[in-house]
Ligand binder design. Structure first.
Ligand code: BES
Ligand code: MN
Ligand code: ZN
Length: 500
């Protein structure tokens, strides 16, 4: 996507498509009002006829037939002005961009950053416009012979004509949005890619390709090294599959010397059949998305490097395929992880915590500032929260609060869930240090308690089981891989490292 910022009135824009915003009940204000004037009041008449009042998500689209330089115009409702936010702009921009694309034009000017929003800087609005549009226009067509021929190739973010300095800040915001959205699309591609293509070795190769392209260090360890490092959890899960596991280590250490790194860890099950404790077949194909945490981690490394963030950042991805076979883990088997903790595998479908345990133990080697893991870990978390937020756990209140705030800003909302001592008692084993499942209730918390046993230092765990893969289109999210966690972590990292 070509992205730029120009200081111009929307009525002067040369782009083929034009997006203007309107706050609820304030159609006479701003660009909607001025375009209405230049159209002799006919826009307001049309709005009245079609009941367009500027309510959140409302669209009013029309061909201008020569009355304006832009041939196709979409007015989008922004809701109540006092409730405006970056996320609402992202949502509106995405919705409008879809409508503009459907009209067949190739370029779009967007004037949503020309209205002042309380407490949000123009640069952040520009970023939200670009993110919303790019994310909404994403599609995964690699395996389709006939795909949508329409292409929207250029977005021009319009700035207030008298504000040159603000326009420069907006250009930086727009570029940030473009790189973040590209990274999310990259994560979505890996998630949507079928399991027979997106194998652990494929994820390793993707990470290495990104490292080479953007300049971060990347090593994808194979089974021999994984065994040598004594990663019994990862090896135990992987041994039921003919696909080799990988342990991917990515380093972007461009922050101040001596500043402890932030470590991001992502669960990378490229397919989770459940193993010997096999899953029911209904919707089992969606378990190709069980590497969504891994995809987010590789994408964050890519974006951090592309943005040249002055931070110390490490990404760790344990990746394997969970399959039933003659060499697979059996219920009752005991594995010894890198942390030395022995783990009884009572259910081979609780495999995510086994592979994560080794990555979390490995993270200690960096003496990190903090570590944050992203994992499609439990159906229980999905049952508790649905698709509207991810579950958040951790052992440090400040870290939890910072992630929560980043979630609000990016629209990738989190909700805290408990990690009481009792959940740790729930995973006692008769034969090993811990068991990989607890009693029937509290599955998201017992899974988090399992992870905690392998952690040294400040840590948070984000359960994205309900948010990683969408079953329907929603705002700027498509059906399929969401890429959740990428923008959240980019926002969190920049603030945690003191860049913003
Ligand atoms: N990958 C699944 C969790 C999951 C389920 C993610 C649905 C997204 C959608 C995980 O490996 C799993 O199977 N968890 C089990 C744990 C149970 C056996 C304790 C679960 O949640 O059922
Ligand atoms: Mn599983
Ligand atoms: Zn899984």
């Amino acid at each position: 996507m070509k992205v730029s910022v120009k200081t111009a009135r929307p009525g002067e824009s040369r782009a083929e498509g034009l997006v203007i915003g309107a706050f609820e009940g304030a159609l006479e204000d701003g660009d909607f009002g001025s375009i209405n004037k230049s159209l002799g009041g006919r826009l307001a008449d049309m709005a009245k006829r079609r009941k367009f009042e500027g309510k959140e998500g409302q669209l009013l689209a029309f061909e201008s037939l020569g009355a304006l330089p832009a041939g196709f115009v979409v007015a989008v409702g922004l809701g109540k002005k006092e409730e405006a936010s970056q996320e609402k702009i992202r949502f509106a921009s995405g919705k409008a961009a879809r409508a503009v694309k459907a009209s067949g034009v190739k370029s779009m000017a967007c004037s949503l950053a020309r209205v002042a929003i309380p407490n949000v800087m123009a640069a952040q609005v520009a970023q939200a416009i670009v993110e919303g549009a790019c994310l909404a226009l994403y599609s995964f067509t690699q395996f389709k012979k006939d795909s949508d021929p329409l292409r929207l190739e250029e977005i021009i973010v319009l700035a207030r004509e008298e504000e040159q300095e603000e326009a420069a800040q907006m250009a930086a915001g727009a570029e940030k949005g473009r790189l973040a959205a590209e990274a999310v699309a990259f994560a979505r591609d890996m998630i949507n890619m079928p399991g027979n293509y997106a194998t652990p070795s494929y994820l390793g190769a993707q990470a290495q390709a990104m490292g080479k392209k953007y300049g971060f260090k990347c090593v994808a360890h194979g089974p021999a090294a994984i065994k040598k490092m004594k990663m019994g959890g990862l090896m135990g899960v992987a041994k039921g599959s003919s696909e080799e596991p990988r342990f991917i280590v990515m380093e972007w250490l461009k922050g101040p010397k001596g500043q402890k790194p932030i470590v991001m860890v992502g669960k990378g099950l490229t397919f989770d059949s459940g193993g010997i404790s096999i899953k029911p077949s209904l919707n089992m194909h969606e378990m190709k998305s069980d590497m969504s945490g891994a995809a987010a981690t590789i994408a964050v490394m890519r974006a951090a490097a592309a943005l040249k963030l002055k931070v110390n950042l490490v990404g760790l991805v344990p990746t394997a395929e969970n399959m039933p076979s003659g060499s697979a883990n059996k219920p009752g088997d005991v594995l010894t992880g890198l942390s030395g903790v022995t783990m009884e595998v009572l259910n081979t479908d609780a495999e995510g915590r086994l592979v994560l345990s080794d990555a979390l133990a490995y993270a200690a080697k960096y003496n990190p500032d903090c570590m944050v893991d992203f994992a499609t870990l439990t159906g229980a978390c999905m049952v508790a929260l649905g698709a509207h937020c991810s579950g958040l756990f951790g052992n440090d209140d400040e870290l939890i609060a910072q992630l929560n705030e980043a979630g609000k800003r990016t629209g990738e909302r989190l909700w805290p869930l408990p990690l009481f001592k009792e959940y740790e008692d729930d995973i006692k084993s008769d034969v090993a240090d811990i068991a990989n499942i607890g009693p029937r209730g509290g599955g998201a918390s017992t899974a988090a308690a399992f992870l905690k046993k392998h952690v040294k230092g400040k840590w948070a765990h984000v359960d994205i089981a309900g948010t990683a893969f969408a079953d329907k289109e929603k705002g700027y999210i498509q059906k399929g891989g969401v890429g959740v966690g990428v923008r959240l972590m980019l926002d969190f990292i920049a603030r945690r490292a003191g860049l913003e």
